[in-house]
Design a protein around this ligand. Structure first.
Ligand code: ZN
Length: 211
């Protein structure tokens, strides 16, 4: 029977949540936001006997994709992201060095495939669905894993915390609309944020009553 197992790890200097979505009938998997600790991530994929089918980036910030270039090569897979974050991705080295305060070897992903709204990415006998959830960045997307939950990137976090909108390209109103979109899903859907603890749609609904 088809089902999914979601594995979460905190990786890199920003303790970014990296997720592996494994489809249990085929063992095919997708890797979401694997920023750093590439060897560790590959070990984890091997541990669950995953067959990597691709990388998905929830948005174009460097703390979600620092070593994706290396992972693409080692796993021989492509990377899906929104083209609306292309310019943010192109500046990743400068931005990373600014925030981290040291020189980084940062090559943007090279095997890019652009995603559209309501796009289904096949995984074994099933699929995951991409929905556009802009606001934190213009190209922010969320990944809906049918019957399980949603990987929301830096759109929203545990206990009503919302994504940063103080960047020049951020949009507070769009962020609010994107959160509303997430809250239309069932209460028991797990929310998998880009940093910090997991939560659920039902638990977060109370924090966003006035959004
Ligand atoms: Zn971000």
């Amino acid at each position: 029977m088809s089902g999914f197992i979601i594995t979460q790890f905190r990786v890199g200097e920003y303790q970014t949540n990296c997720y592996i979505i494994l489809e249990t009938a085929s063992n095919e998997c997708l890797i979401v936001d694997p920023t750093q600790e590439t060897e560790f991530i590959i070990d984890q994929i091997q541990k669950i006997k995953g067959i990597p089918k691709g990388i998905i980036l929830t948005h174009g910030h460097f703390d979600h994709m620092l070593e994706v270039f290396a992972l693409e090569k080692l796993l021989d897979v492509d990377t899906w992201m929104s083209q609306k974050d292309e310019s943010i991705k192109d500046r990743m080295k400068q931005t990373a060095e600014h925030f981290l305060g040291h020189v980084v070897i940062a090559v943007p992903p090279q095997r890019l495939k652009w995603m559209n709204d309501i796009q289904k990415i096949p995984l074994g006998s099933s699929y995951v669905e991409i929905i556009e959830t802009p606001g934190h960045t213009p190209g922010g997307i969320s990944i809906v894993i049918p019957t399980i939950g949603i990987i929301v990137g830096d759109l929203m976090f545990h206990e009503g915390i919302v994504g940063r909108t103080d960047f020049s390209y951020s949009d507070k109103k769009q962020l609010a609309l994107s959160i509303k979109k997430i809250l239309t899903y069932p209460d028991d859907y797990i929310l998998y944020p880009g940093h910090g603890r997991l939560t659920t749609v039902g638990f977060e609904r109370a924090f966003h009553e006035n959004i």
